[in-house]
Design a protein around this ligand. Structure first.
Ligand SMILES: [Zn+2]
Length: 423
């Protein structure tokens, strides 16, 4: 009985583990896309809190989405325009890919059904102004606010459930301005730039759109791709882009805003950098230079003594001698004078640290008194030994010093030699 339940448990564990493996693998994503076994699929959903990271996209901002290597977020601007938007929707559906759409208010007004289709297909829907003016960087803030609010009003009006509108905004033409960004941030709306475009709004071929999308993605390794679902060249390039993403091992990430019921995916702040610093690359980029505002320094008042933590008027500004310092000094023995005496003959040792050996020897001989030199020549070290003997009794520390100096220098001095013989 116990044995059979153990077998059952073991089997259920194997089934569970296999299940986990299948869910986490790209093969399972394709299998989850009915009728499209070779689909790229959507590998995961990333929940973001716009208030925590309000400005994203390395084309313009320091931070971007916290994607892992080879993760891509697809974004489409300027729709919905039925002719092309519906084709883009179908291509994405065939690959089971979830993307983010930035809607123009006037497009939503003209084609509210297009907005509902996006929501029904499970895509994320943000906004892109009312009329797409390319003057956000210089228009009065009141006009910018009206543009932002018009886009939000018409896009949410097109939705069956307006709460489905994501607080995501992309400035038309990426014509960013601080006032616009601050207004959006104050409303808890995340400003989406991108990590790379594919130039699909320019008069280029669909081949070129495909090449640019892949080349720029490969250069960064991950990121937010900016496309437009109102262009024929984008519709033509999209299937090839998706096929290539799959062949190169890229994975699609679906981004949704955090809500009360759906908390943000836990991330570290450093993950919001495109290339976070690692142990092998301690500094990924230079720190930002702070913006100093230089005012008239002449008007600055001179600091008062009180500002420097000085307690009394006549107190010195240098650090005060503390009681701890005073006690340490009192307990240390006073060194004897002999400790600092330079024994005879060690001039050469001292000089040899900075001069060549030959030059040091020459200078040492010249420095010695002629009488001592003559005695040395005559008595071959006898006098030196006697002198060293006297010195050893008088100042053993000085001799130890000489012996240490001797061991450090390749050529022994006379004094050092005699000390060694006695030791
Ligand atoms: Zn646009």
């Amino acid at each position: 009985m116990i044995g059979s339940s153990l077998v059952l448990r073991t089997r259920s564990w194997i089934v569970l583990c296999l299940g986990m493996l299948i869910v986490g693998s790209p093969a399972a994503l394709a299998a989850d896309c009915p009728g499209h076994p070779d689909a790229l699929g959507t590998s995961r959903t990333l929940v973001v809190d716009p208030r925590e990271h309000p400005l994203i996209g390395t084309m313009q901002y320091r931070e971007t989405l916290p994607l892992k290597d080879h993760e891509v977020v697809l974004t489409f601007d300027d729709g919905p325009l039925p002719k092309y938007s519906n084709q883009v929707l179908q291509i994405l559906a065939d690959e089971c890919i979830k993307a983010t759409f930035f809607i123009i208010g006037s497009q939503a007004k003209a084609n509210p059904e297009g907005v509902r289709k996006l929501v029904a297909a499970g895509h994320t829907v943000g906004t892109h102004s009312m009329d797409h003016p390319l003057t956000f960087d210089r228009m009065p803030i009141e006009k910018a606010e009206a543009e932002i609010n018009g886009g939000i009003a018409w896009t949410s009006a097109a939705m069956t459930d307006p709460s489905q509108l994501a607080p995501f905004f992309r400035i038309p033409g990426l014509m960013r301005a601080e006032g616009v960004e601050n207004y959006l941030i104050s409303r808890g709306i995340q400003v989406w730039s991108a990590d790379f475009p594919a130039d699909d709004w320019r008069h280029v071929s669909s081949d070129r759109v495909y090449q640019l999308a892949i080349q720029r993605l490969e250069a960064k390794g991950k990121g937010i791709l900016l496309l437009h679902d109102i262009q024929a060249r984008t519709v033509a390039a999209l299937p090839r882009i998706i096929r290539d993403l799959k062949a190169r091992g890229y994975r699609i990430v679906h981004v949704v805003p955090a809500t009360a019921e759906r908390p943000a995916t836990p991330t570290a702040t450093v993950e919001w950098l495109l290339h976070p610093p690692t142990e092998t690359t301690p500094i990924a980029r230079w720190p930002r230079v702070p913006n100093f505002a230089f005012t008239q320094t002449r008007t600055l008042p001179a600091p008062a003594l009180a500002d420097l933590n000085a307690q009394a008027e006549h107190q010195p500004l240098l650090p005060l001698r503390t009681m701890a310092q005073a006690n340490v000094a009192a307990t240390l023995p006073v060194p004897g004078r002999a400790l600092f005496a330079i024994p005879e003959g060690s001039v050469e040792v001292l000089l040899s640290t900075t001069l060549s050996r030959r030059a040091a020897t020459r200078l040492a001989i010249a420095a010695e008194p002629p009488r001592a030199a003559a005695k040395d020549k005559a008595a071959k070290g006898k006098a030196g030994k006697a002198h060293a003997h006297r010195t050893a009794h008088a100042a053993p520390a000085a001799l130890r010093h000489a012996a240490q100096a001797k061991s450090a220098t390749p050529r022994p001095t006379r004094v050092a030699t005699s000390v060694k013989k006695r030791a």
